[in-house]
Design a protein around this ligand. Structure first.
Ligand SMILES: *Cc1c(COP(=O)(O)O)cnc(C)c1O
Length: 418
């Protein structure tokens, strides 16, 4: 397989890098991508990100730049903003965050003083490192109180969140998760925040595509801030974004630039603009609906083979497989490794109240956004569930892995990458 023709220049000038790009293209073609935070962007998005916009410094915001020559930068950033506003219905948007973690850091810098308290979902229960990991900027600068899921339902217990909020009086309440399969009730979080005088930041990094198409409730009407990545279910380039109420607009912008970033990545902002336009099309809603149908099919397929899903299943694009009941001797680490040998790409993940260590884990996180982009449907999900089960049941037995890898390759050859 060879890369597309516009790679001719790099192929000639830098065969080392070109070789690695080709190898990665081949790897993506030959594997089934089940990492819930990944996707395959369209060619137009890739072309925008690979464009000459990477050459330009544009510190500041449209109409208020610190460099000359920004006329086209103003145009592209304004276009990205307008499209984002249309997509999510927000008052104000900042499209400059380099990634999701930068979006969250800017909100924290805007709302909090060092030492202030944040109430956020425990990382071992599905939270994100930018919500308070000890060695992340959030955990280093602020006092973190974590809420956990209910031990029985493995779902968020809003009465418990409220109890902790009343007890600890956080200045910031964070909702949103990286490994939580169920619907989040953002209006409940907003109510709790209001009751205790906290600001509410909803982080929709994972579910942005579902929110944009109305398939998951939106926090935009009630939360003070909504942060997201643009590269997960939203299927844009790597990047972040902050939406907020008009009152917070100035603070939000100043904490991105000059608060925590220098020049914006204008080529990525162009990619975001392209992705937002794609997301505004009816086909994108059909795509998001298929993500959900595929997640249901994959979950049911796994359950029918004796597996247990954390929280009893999924309402979203992702699920957490509790490996213990069906494969008691298989850790998440081994599961990830053996499945990769069979060309099925997943990631190990802690499950709530996990007894194994973070580098071992008893869980596996699976998501359907990338496979759905590729064109796979419910029937294929049942097949994939069967392959996962075969590899894990055989504990990575070489013959079984080789057999599955062959079957995976046959399926991959039927579905081209965008
Ligand atoms: C992925 C993710 C982020 C940020 O991701 P980056 O890797 O910094 O782009 C933030 N919050 C949540 C909940 C996430 O899942």
């Amino acid at each position: 397989m060879s890369a597309e023709t516009d790679y001719a220049a790099i192929a000639k000038s830098d065969p080392d890098v070109y070789g690695i790009i080709c190898a990665e293209e081949e790897r993506q073609h030959d594997t089934l991508e089940l990492i819930a935070s990944e996707n395959h962007v369209s060619r137009p998005v890739r072309q925008a990100v690979g464009s000459v916009l990477t050459n330009k410094y544009a510190e500041g915001y449209p109409g208020r730049r610190y460099y000359g020559g920004c006329v086209n930068m103003d145009a592209i950033e304004e276009l990205a903003r307008q499209r984002a506003k249309k997509l999510f219905g927000c008052d104000h948007v900042n499209v400059q965050p380099h990634a999701g973690a930068q979006a969250n850091a800017a909100v924290l810098l805007g709302v909090l003083q060092p030492g202030d308290t944040i109430l956020s979902l425990d990382l071992a229960h599905g939270g994100h490192l930018s919500h308070g990991l000890k060695v992340n900027m959030s955990g280093l600068l602020y006092n973190i109180v974590g809420y956990q899921v209910d031990p029985k339902t493995e779902q968020i217990d809003y009465a418990e969140v409220r109890r902790l909020a009343l007890e600890h009086k956080p200045k910031l309440l964070i909702s949103g998760a990286s490994a939580y399969p169920r619907t989040l009730d953002f209006s409940k979080f907003s109510e709790i925040a209001e009751e205790v005088g906290a600001t509410h930041m909803a982080d929709i990094a994972h579910i942005a595509g579902l929110v944009a198409t109305g398939l998951h409730c939106s926090p935009v009407p009630t939360a003070d801030f909504v942060t997201t990545t643009t590269h997960k279910t939203l299927r844009g380039p790597r990047g972040g974004m902050i939406m907020c109420k008009a009152d917070w607009a100035k603070k939000c912008d100043s904490r991105i630039f000059p608060g925590s970033q220098g020049g914006p990545l204008m080529h990525c902002i162009a990619g975001k603009a392209v992705a937002f336009a794609e997301a505004l099309k009816p086909e994108f809603k059909t795509y998001q609906e298929q993500i959900l149908k595929n997640a249901q099919a994959l979950g049911e397929g796994l359950e029918s083979l004796g597996n247990r899903l954390v929280a009893g299943g999924t309402d979203t694009h992702l699920m957490l497989l509790d490996l213990r009941p069906a494969y008691p001797d298989v850790s998440g680490k081994n599961a990830e490794l053996w499945l990769e040998q069979a060309n099925i790409i997943t990631n190990k993940n802690m499950i709530p109240f996990d007894e194994r260590k973070p580098m071992e884990t008893s869980g596996l996180r699976l998501g359907t956004p990338a496979l759905t982009t590729r064109g796979l449907k419910e029937d294929h999900m049942k097949t994939v569930a069967g392959w996962i089960d075969q590899v894990l049941r055989a504990q990575g037995d070489e013959a079984v892995v080789a057999q599955v890898r062959g079957d995976v390759k046959t399926m991959c050859d039927q579905f081209q990458l965008p």
